[in-house]
Design a protein. Structure first.
Length: 202
């Protein structure tokens, strides 16, 4: 009679953290006293700031071409900010009061001003001791310094304004140093008409 050698019981291969499947990359891994591994999905929350006070009233004209532009007029611009961030063990995301304060300050800087674009291919800006002038199609539009603000944008549109707000926010240390995964800025010039800019972590 022939006896076959006994097979050794298989021992599960120990898997290192770096060898875990890709779908586990977004979970927290913790070891308990009994040796078991528990997988805790990361909790993310999107905070929306749509306070009525986060707004500004400003005059502008949209430029369409070298010879076409809107007449000077104004809007009550409404600003909405969103941030996606992890929820901590205390059930809170980062202190988003800093985001609310920054948005309000940006609005206050533009409130009751005429906005002129510094980077328009069709408008040039001249300044002297008394006036800020926009030169468009050989016409000069003159404003007192106190009544106008120029911004590093190509046009005074909701598209450009939303990106301007987003860029200014992400330059602030108290915001860019937070664990924020995404920031969304939406600016509307009237109900149902808005431009949205988005920043995400790389």
């Amino acid at each position: 009679m022939t006896f076959l050698p006994k097979k050794k019981p298989s021992v599960p291969h120990k898997t290192e953290h770096s060898q875990l499947p890709q779908f586990l990359a977004s979970v927290n891994i913790s070891n308990h006293l009994n040796g078991c591994i528990t997988l805790e999905p990361e909790k993310l929350c999107r905070i929306e700031l749509s306070k009525e006070a986060i707004n500004f009233s400003a005059a502008h004209f949209t430029i369409f071409s070298r010879t076409e532009r809107e007449d000077l007029h104004g809007h009550n611009f409404q600003v909405i900010g969103e941030a996606l961030a992890p929820v901590d063990l205390n059930g809170l995301v980062f202190d988003y009061a800093v985001l609310k304060k920054a948005l309000k300050q940006l609005c206050d800087d533009l409130d009751e001003k005429t906005i002129l674009p510094e980077k328009s291919p069709y408008l040039s800006i001249e300044k002297d001791s008394q006036y800020v002038s926009g030169i468009f199609d050989n016409q000069k539009l003159m404003f007192l310094h106190r009544d106008v603000i120029t911004l590093p944008i190509a046009n005074v549109s909701v598209e450009e304004l939303s990106h301007y707000f987003l860029k200014k926010l992400m330059e602030l240390p108290e915001i860019k140093n937070k664990d924020i995964r995404e920031v969304v800025i939406k600016i509307s010039s009237s109900p149902g008409q808005a431009g949205t800019a988005i920043w995400r972590t790389s």
